[in-house]
Design a protein around this ligand. Structure first.
Ligand SMILES: NC(=O)c1ccc[n+]([C@@H]2O[C@H](COP(=O)([O-])OP(=O)(O)OC[C@H]3O[C@@H](n4cnc5c(N)ncnc54)[C@H](OP(=O)(O)O)[C@@H]3O)[C@@H](O)[C@H]2O)c1
Length: 267
């Protein structure tokens, strides 16, 4: 069977540096493209020190996709992800999106264009298995617990808020029901911002602190009882790699957009 031809945008980043050797060693995938603005023109072998990987890094996704590619994986930045994804879709290339910052409106456009072009897109705010389980268990809990809020954790260096995972959580919970609230935020006396941001009807509180890694906690409330479901990342990028590779293997079977790693797991 032919190997899946993969291009990684964000090849030199924190995730990209772990993802590229994993693709190279996977047995069923081959790296055919890599993107980074500052390393454009150099080889992956030189920049990442992976012997025998002579793929030339390109400065843009458009340049990299001149090479025949089955799947683009994007781990770049909130500023570039939308145009990278649309560039790939318009070239008939399937996409796995790890980068955060896309809004629900962006995802609607991506879904429409991917469906028209008959290509697949799998996007997950967090490709770790435990984060996918948080999403799944939270959806189950929302069926029985009428009120909830989300605390979104990340390091002080994270530029976007809330995280992609928290946006995804709020979006998915909104499909279960609208959380009940005794006092609407508009009726709050004092400083309304203290109640957080309203994302798909869920109040979200983003914490950005040194010493904190990515995480999310969904607090569910019901009279006289409380449930909390929490995920905390460790410090390496490895948990995201397994889920990303799974998405690369599955994305060619899909037409249009799937949001959340749990949508391709057997749960
Ligand atoms: N879904 C998940 O599971 C998951 C997990 C971890 C992180 N993330 C998200 O993934 C994204 C990347 O994270 P990271 O920590 O790997 O970031 P990072 O270390 O800052 O790396 C970003 C990479 O993207 C490249 N890049 C940035 N802007 C670009 C542009 N406009 N065009 C082309 N390449 C560009 C950078 O190289 P140059 O600067 O040389 O261009 C670098 O290679 C973030 O949004 C992060 O929140 C998601």
């Amino acid at each position: 069977m032919d190997k899946i031809k993969v291009c990684v945008a964000g090849a030199t980043g924190w995730v990209g540096r772990s993802l590229i050797p994993a693709i190279h060693n996977s047995g069923d995938m081959s790296l055919v493209g890599a993107v980074s603005r500052s390393s454009g023109g150099k080889s992956v072998e030189t920049v990442l020190g992976i012997k025998g990987l002579s793929v030339e890094i390109k400065p843009t996704v458009k340049n990299a996709l001149e090479q025949r590619t089955d799947v683009l994986v994007d781990y770049t930045s909130p500023d570039s992800v939308k145009s990278n994804v649309l560039t790939a879709i318009r070239k008939g290339v399937n996409v796995v999106v790890g980068t955060s910052g896309l809004t629900d409106v962006d995802y609607e456009k991506i879904d429409r264009e991917a469906s028209e072009q008959e290509v697949g897109v799998i996007a997950a705010g967090n490709f770790a298995i435990s984060a996918a389980l948080l999403l799944h268990f939270s959806e189950l809990a929302a069926k029985y617990m009428p009120s909830w809020e989300i605390i979104d954790f990340a390091s002080s260096k994270k530029i976007d808020a809330p995280s992609g995972m928290t946006r995804e959580l709020a979006f998915r919970l909104s499909k279960v029901r609208r959380p009940e609230s005794e006092i609407p935020v508009d009726s709050v006396k004092g400083i309304k911002e203290a109640r957080g941001a309203n994302i798909n009807h869920t109040q979200v509180h983003s914490i950005r602190l040194p010493g904190t890694v990515i995480g999310a906690e969904v607090l569910f409330g019901k009279p006289d009882e409380k449930l909390s479901i929490r995920y905390d990342a460790g410090t390496s990028a490895m948990p995201y790699i397994e889920g990303t590779l799974l998405a690369v293997r599955r994305v060619r079977e899909i037409k249009g957009l799937r949001r959340g790693l749990d949508t391709i797991l057997d749960l």
